[in-house]
Structures are given as C-alpha cells and as structure tokens.
Design a protein around this ligand. Structure first.
Ligand code: NAD
Length: 440
C-alpha cells in the first residue's frame, strides 16, 4: 500500500520504516531539510535500537524514501499519517500548531482521495479541526469536491524499544466512523497482528482520549510508587519488597512500579499536563493528575535533598560523577529528563560534574551546555577524583560495575542511586555509603 508519514522524528520515522519493512511504499516527509538530507545519506537523526539497519535496508530495497516536499509524497499515496510534535503550550494544553500546519499543507496539495491519519497525541476533537482545516484549503482552491477521511490512530510505542513495540504492539487503536476506512486501515496493520487480533476500532473521540488516558495511568503508577517510597523511607520499609508484594497481584501487575527520580521524556509530563487541561476545558475539576504531576516534580527535589544532607548545601569545590543523562535507557532523548533539573539545582549550589551517558551526550550538551560539566567518554573515567556518584539513568552497563575499580578512582566512596540499581547490603559491604530511593 502507499503510505506517507509527515514528521520524521521518533514516531514518524519508526512508523514509516516499519510500514516499509512490511512491503509498503513509504514516503517520510519532514520540514527539517538537514534531517531529510541526512536520512538520504543514511544518517539517522535519533538513537533507537535497530532503526538504522532497518532504514538502510528499506531504502536499499526501494520501499522507503525521504523528502521535504509533501506535494511530491501526496502525488501517489492513499494514507497520510500526521506524526509531528504536540508540545505543551503555556497553559499545559497540547500546542496543535504543527498538526494543523500539516493539515493545511495537505489541503493545499492533495489531488486525490486520502485517508488522513492522526498519529500525534492530540486532544479530543482534533480530528474535527484537522478535517475543517483541510476542507477550508480545498474550498479555497476550488477543489471542495475532493474526498478524504480523517482517522485517529494514536501511537503507543516506547522510545528505546520503539521498533519492537511497533512491530508487536499490544493493540492498534483505530478511531473512525467509516466502515470502509476501518477496513483499509486494518489491511495496512494486518501484517503486524499475525499472532492474533490486536486492532480495536472505535469512535474517533474515544481513540483520541485513549492515548492520554493510557499515559496518565502509567504516570500515576510511577507517582504512586514514589509516594509509597517516601513512606518506606519514613517507616523504614523497603520499596523494592513492597513492589514485589503488590506486583505479584495479578490485578496490579509488575510493570511501571519502579520508584526512582520520577518520569520524564517527551510524553508523560506533557500528556499529563494536557489531560488536566482538557478536564478543565470540559468544566471538570482534576484531582488525581495534578497530584501525580506534583509528586513527580518532588522526586527530583527529594533526590537533591539527599545529596545536600550528605555533602552539605554549599557544594563549591565538589565534583559529582553522573552516570546516565537521558530520560531513560536506550534513548538519546533529553526532553524533560530528571537529570536536567537535578544537575541544574546542584550546579546552582556550586557543584561541578563529570557526566557520562552511552548515547545522549550530544543531546545533553545541547540542553545543559558546558558550564560546570565535563562529558566523559567512559563511565569509569567520569569517576576520577569524584566526591560522589549520582546514578540517574539505569543503563544496563551500570548494573554490575567493578566496585574496587570505582574506589581506586573516586575521592570519596559515596553513591546516590536515583534508580535503585544496587543491593544496599552488598554495596555497603563493598565500602560505599549508599543512598537510594525508598529503601532503608
Ligand atoms: N516520542 C515518543 O515516544 C512518542 C510515543 C507516542 C506518541 N508520541 C507522540 O507522537 C508525536 C510526535 O512525537 P515525536 O517524539 O516523534 O516528535 P519529534 O519531535 O521527534 O518529531 C517531530 C518531527 O516533525 C517534524 N515537523 C514539524 N512540523 C512539520 C511539518 N509541518 N511538516 C513536516 N514535518 C514537520 C519535525 O521537524 C520533527 O522532525 C507527538 O504528538 C507525541 O506526543 C510520541
């Protein structure tokens, strides 16, 4: 089938590449000329395991092409996916300017029937706005006769396992009121559900809201566990034991129950804020989700407080090693990464940093700059003469470090573990002072 994906970021590029991998003819479109030039040369703009190889294979086999010209892509396509960013506006609501700009562009350039699929995370009612925007442009061009459908198809992939998630999604939600469009969408997604039916067809508004509700639920689980972790610290219980104790209940399940320094990334923070805003717009009084957000912010503060309690409020002259900068492992995404707030706060108290991340140094540098931070090329190198180690992202390679080698490099043997990676008893036996989240 012929597919165009507009927006070649984390979602768009993965979506386009996975559709191409199933034998479809795909155009990936972006307004960023440099990104498209690089993609044409095989340079992938983001770190996502398995993506580079998959892009190259599909380009070589002629199924995946890149362009900045939507007109060129639309000339011969049935589906056009909108996968551009929906960042938070000033009041926290989703900023739809990029989505609507694409809709306008579609209206200006389409010459034949299209199924316009909204994959960006958008508030309820956005499909209507996309439809109106396209129609307005068609009428202006005197092509009000051209037919099109607008579908909601929210994306649930996770950065770091985006390809795997797309190829083997738990479910594919298709929001449409049109039976024929639903069938065509099912045909497109059919190769991804060979092990069983995963497609859920529903009305557009429910599809749009499902995405926000899913992220809000996951964020709630994380904040809930962080609140219980604070209680564990107060009453000398162990959050890791409590996690096992509740996660083994099949009604609760084991996923998304890890306490730490809170969630970050391009989705949870903005989607929680956006759904709060949607609730307010409909005259409702959100109660749970503002608390989820507040607890999440507090986790970063609580971590900084742990550091200050041990090293003092004046951190001038202190060198802190940092392991992990990205908002989670397996990605170079620094959007709303907890590391940013933590480093900035400690920097304002005089600390200097030697930071290491396996893939996010270039994105981290763009956010944090070079003032007071040296970016190490290896994780042991980051420890040289350090007064303490902060573990902020749980990359696999940090799980089983050589503690003796660490001690030979560090000035003081202190670890602040924001991700509960180590066994407190063993690490203290190894000679470290160890501070983690929600464990005695
Ligand atoms: N990143 C995730 O893990 C994830 C997961 C599920 C859903 N989402 C949602 O998917 C959407 C996209 O997120 P992302 O992380 O891929 O964003 P991104 O910032 O990585 O990519 C967006 C891309 O769109 C391009 N773009 C902007 N305006 C354009 C236009 N008019 N024409 C063509 N290209 C344009 C940008 O240049 C950029 O390359 C968001 O709504 C997000 O909430 C993201």
């Amino acid at each position: 089938m012929k597919v165009t994906v507009v927006g070649s970021g984390y979602v768009g590029l993965v979506t386009g590449t996975c559709f191409a991998d199933m034998g479809n003819d795909v155009w990936c479109v972006d307004i960023d000329q440099k990104k498209i030039d690089n993609l044409k040369k095989g340079i992938i703009p983001i770190y996502e395991p398995g993506l580079e190889e998959m892009v190259k294979r599909n380009v070589e086999e002629g199924r995946l092409r890149f362009t900045t010209s939507l007109k060129e892509a639309l000339a011969d396509t049935l589906f056009v996916f909108i996968a551009v960013g929906t960042p938070p506006g000033e009041d926290g609501s989703a900023d739809l300017q990029y989505v609507l700009a694409v809709a306008e562009d579609i209206g200006k350039n389409m010459e034949r029937y299209l199924i316009v699929v909204n994959k960006s995370t958008v508030p309820v009612g956005t499909a209507d706005r996309v439809r109106e925007t396209i129609q307005t442009q068609l009428v202006k061009r005197g092509r009000g006769d051209l037919e099109f459908d607008v579908v909601s198809n929210p994306e649930f992939l996770k950065e770091g396992s985006a390809i795997e998630d797309f190829l083997r999604a738990d479910r594919v939600i298709i929001g449409t009121d049109n039976v024929r469009t639903a069938e065509l969408m099912k045909e497109l997604y059919d190769p991804f559900q060979r092990k069983g039916e995963k497609i859920l067809v529903m009305d557009i508004r429910s599809a749009e809201l499902s995405k926000y509700a899913a992220n809000a639920m996951l964020a709630t689980r994380i904040s809930f566990m962080n609140e219980i972790a604070a209680l564990c610290e107060a009453c000398r219980a162990d959050i890791e034991k409590v996690r096992e104790g509740i996660g083994s209940d099949s009604r609760i399940g084991r996923s998304f129950l890890f306490a730490g320094i809170g969630y970050g990334g391009s989705c949870f923070p903005k989607d929680v804020r956006a759904i709060i805003q949607i609730q307010k717009e409909y005259g409702l009084l959100p109660k749970i989700l503002p608390a989820v957000e507040e607890t999440n912010k507090q986790q970063r503060v609580r971590f900084v407080e742990k550091v200050i309690r041990v090293l003092g409020d004046d951190l001038k002259g202190k060198v802190l090693a940092v392991w992990g900068l990205a908002f989670k492992p397996q990605t170079d995404d620094m959007r709303e990464a907890p590391s940013v707030d933590i480093i900035r706060d400690l920097h304002s108290r005089g600390a200097r940093f030697q930071a290491y991340d396996p893939v996010a140094v270039h994105t981290a540098r763009a956010v944090l700059g070079n003032d007071g931070i040296v970016y190490a090329t290896g994780y042991y190198e980051a420890l040289k003469n350090a007064d303490a180690l902060l573990l902020l992202t749980e990359w696999h390679q940090f799980r089983k470090p050589d503690f003796e080698r660490m001690k030979s490099l560090m000035k003081a043997y202190i670890i602040f573990d924001g991700r509960n990676q180590y066994n407190p008893i063993k690490i203290r036996e190894a000679g470290f002072s160890y501070y983690c989240m929600g464990r005695p």
